[in-house]
Design a protein around this ligand. Structure first.
Ligand code: ADP
Ligand code: MG
Length: 420
């Protein structure tokens, strides 16, 4: 047991049917029917291999793509092929989630065999609209088609999908109501890393918050400054621009237009209160960068040209942040310092990530674009921990109990450690 949740150590899975929810969601090349990245699948391998090695009949559930925008919405067949290569053993796949064909295949599994079911989001109750509109309780989720059809075939439920731990859906939170449940190894690692980060970070602890997910960034900022987890917050990207505007600094008409166009205007007011409460511990950019005729230009705060749109922190700010990061014992980064996808506005992000690689402190990076930046600047191997889950990590850092954590804790209480 760790954090009130059972681990795989507490169950004997030999000969048992284990339903394992993983997160293998990846960008898809529809025309080729292939995946553009396999990082998330690689992260799932240790748990799947362990279950199979121990003689479990392993039934994998996974989602692929968004059922709202239909972006990357696809079957899970390519994932089975990638898994097979990574595990170097056969992985069966079936184009069914919980219908008669899937159930028959599950019944016929032999010890150690692995079956990947099709995209769980093909089942209505698993869809995002269901989650957002109906808000089924975990008890109700246990009565959905997916859980009612699959749970009777299984002895144990394992959730290894930390990246989806903030979602409240039957494949993630329903099975814990009716089956002994454990977290998988990836879940365990990610949850422990961030729990320790939040409970007793080595000081000084610096949070670097940038990017464009404003509501998450401000929630996180309030939580970690309020609880004392963070000593200092360094700000950049759109987050930095909004704080500068809240402080009454001119940031250029282009920057303000962008904030209002993105419907973040209200955050300028909210940022005023946060800045007033924690002014001494929030660092704002002292200079900014913008692009003029395709060339990077910089300006000092207090001397910002009227029309510009600030797309990066300036080089002076980047140097200051570099020093803070190098002197910290713990650094957490979410969100880039600028539009790092473009060469003219990558300096801030590049400097921060290179400082992360160079610092002696413990470093954690989370968030899709931040992980992309870490890969772009080739520092991934030098980081303390790169979190697969952006949304879950952020929700956790805002102080909320994640729905999947709640469900797994319920199962630990309800069914005990050994599932007896
Ligand atoms: P993460 O995915 O790491 O959580 P976000 O999704 O919050 O980060 O933000 C990443 C996006 O923010 C990037 O696409 C980047 O181009 C954009 N961005 C960064 N700085 C700015 C800025 N000053 N103005 C507009 N967009 C920005
Ligand atoms: Mg992002």
């Amino acid at each position: 047991m760790r954090f009130g949740i059972c681990t795989l150590d507490e169950f004997d899975v030999a000969g048992k049917t284990v339903l394992c929810r993983v997160d293998m969601n990846q960008p898809v090349d529809r025309e080729q029917g292939t995946l553009k990245s396999t990082a998330r699948i690689e992260a799932c391998v240790p748990t799947i291999r362990e279950l199979s090695d121990k003689g479990a009949k392993v039934v994998l559930m996974a989602h692929q793509g968004s059922d709202i925008e239909y972006k990357n919405y696809y079957c899970t067949q390519p994932h089975a092929r990638v898994l097979e290569t990574l595990l170097d053993r056969p992985v069966q796949w079936i184009d069914d989630v919980c219908g008669p064909a899937a159930r028959q295949t599950i019944r016929e599994l032999k010890d150690g065999e692995i079956l990947l079911l099709d995209n769980v989001r093909y089942v209505a109750e698993e869809q995002t609209l269901f989650e957002m509109k109906l808000r089924l309780t975990h008890e109700q989720q246990a009565k959905t088609l997916l859980v009612e059809k699959l749970a009777p075939l299984a002895d144990l439920y394992v959730c290894d999908a930390f990246a989806a731990a903030h979602r409240d859906q039957p494949s993630l939170c329903g099975f814990e109501q009716v089956l002994p449940s454990a977290m998988g190894r990836l879940f365990e690692t990610e949850y422990c890393v961030i729990s320790e980060l939040m409970e007793a970070p080595e000081k000084p602890c610096v949070f670097v918050l940038g990017g464009s997910k404003i509501s998450d960034a401000f929630m996180m900022m309030e939580t970690v400054l309020g609880s004392g987890v963070a000593d200092t917050v360094l700000t950049g990207g759109l987050v930095g621009n909004i704080l500068l505007a809240a402080k009454g600094e001119a940031i250029g008409k282009g920057s303000l237009d962008f904030i209002y166009k993105s419907n973040y205007g209200e955050y300028i007011e909210k940022a005023k209160a946060i800045y007033a409460a924690y002014a001494g511990r929030i660092m704002l950019p002292t200079d900014l960068a913008y692009v003029e005729d395709g060339v990077r230009r910089e300006c000092m705060i207090g001397d910002v040209p009227e029309a510009i749109c600030a797309l990066d922190i300036g080089s002076r700010t980047a140097k200051q942040y570099e020093t803070e990061i190098r002197n910290a014992r713990t650094v957490f980064v979410n969100g880039p310092m600028g539009v790092f996808e473009k060469a003219e506005t990558e300096l801030g992000t590049k400097t921060v990530f290179e400082a992360l690689a160079a610092t002696n402190g413990y470093t954690v990076v989370g968030g899709g674009d931040s992980v992309t930046a870490a890969a772009k600047y080739k520092v991934k191997d030098k980081l303390g921990y790169v979190c697969t889950g952006g949304g879950a990590l952020i929700r956790f850092l805002t102080g909320e109990e994640l729905p999947v954590v709640k469900a797994l804790r319920f199962a630990a209480k309800q069914f005990g450690h050994k599932g007896e």
